[in-house]
Design a protein around this ligand. Structure first.
Ligand code: AMP
Length: 280
């Protein structure tokens, strides 16, 4: 696996790749890799001849006071995992390489970018859209793989790709969970033993809502109440949002249909966790 730190070098390698036939897949990450990330790599490997990944903890998507400084960084171990999965190219720039002095241009996806996590974390999706657009320009993949775990991010990026005519396909990949149901996340590393237990309530609330949908309940207000009852009883958990929305627009819906997004965000101790499912 070739590890590249400079934008110019990555662009030149990717330009050469473009002259060869074959599908190029790309998996952007912030590192601290777990089986969720690896599932994206494996999906890309099955669909693409060449797979590139990136590791970049993007300062632009963290607000002051958020966890940019503490965000887990496990670069050596990440490299071992990516190499073992057959990743050909790893782009791992420093922040000043991506945002040199004088860089001012950003990409905002109004509306969608202000909903769910965008409402709770103002400016977050501008940071995400800006870095992903830059990465797409540098890597120029045919396919880019993102986790359904970050459902709002996926909606924002799909909109950006459509609006700005990026010539690539965004592929959404299923959420990978621990055996007890907790969605894998690099931020799970922040949880102590008790918090790890408390965090399970996010999944439990979603499972309860999914069961009610399967049982025929389609009214969002009723389903939200069912989920809230479970979340509100949990100790150590502070709900940020529980929402039932259209998965593309992220706007609330009155009735759940197939593909409707049911999403939750909550603080467990000081750690903000998210989870979701798409209605069957
Ligand atoms: P991150 O490093 O947190 O920015 O995540 C990089 C990519 O991995 C994003 O597309 C995430 O949605 C995806 N991802 C993170 N956790 C999971 C998970 N548990 N299952 C599937 N994909 C995930």
């Amino acid at each position: 696996m070739q590890i590249v730190k400079s934008v110019a070098e990555m662009q030149s390698i990717c330009r050469k790749l473009r002259t060869q036939d074959g599908m190029r897949g790309f998996v952007p990450t912030m590192g601290a890799l777990h089986k969720g990330h690896i599932s994206l790599i494996q999906r890309a490997r099955t669909e693409c001849q060449t797979v590139a990944a990136s590791i970049f903890v993007n300062p632009l998507q963290f607000a002051p006071g958020e966890d940019f400084a503490q965000y887990p960084r496990t670069f050596e171990e990440d490299c071992r995992l990516l190499e073992a999965e057959g990743v050909a190219l790893l782009f791992a720039p420093e922040a000043r390489e991506m945002y040199p002095d004088g860089a001012v241009t950003t990409i905002t996806v109004p509306g969608i970018g202000d909903r769910l996590d965008g409402a709770s974390r103002p400016g977050h999706f501008t940071g995400v859209a800006t870095v992903v657009a830059k990465l797409f320009h540098i890597v120029a993949p045919h396919r880019a793989y993102f986790g359904q775990k970050d459902a709002a991010q996926l909606a924002v990026l799909r909109q950006m790709v459509q609006d700005l005519n990026f010539d690539l396909e965004v592929v959404g990949c299923a959420i990978v969970r621990d055996t007890d149901g907790l969605a894998l996340s690099s931020r799970n590393k922040y949880l102590n033993g008790l918090e790890r237990e408390q965090a399970l309530v996010l999944h439990q609330a979603l499972v309860r809502i999914a069961k009610s949908i399967a049982g025929g309940e389609r009214e969002s207000s009723t389903l939200l109440q069912i989920g809230r009852n479970i979340l509100d009883k949990a100790t150590g958990v502070q709900v940020d949002y529980l929402a039932i929305v259209n998965a593309e627009s992220l706007l609330p819906v009155v009735y759940v249909e197939k593909g409707t997004l049911v999403a939750v965000a909550a603080y467990v101790g000081r750690t903000r966790l998210i989870d979701n499912f798409l209605a069957a």
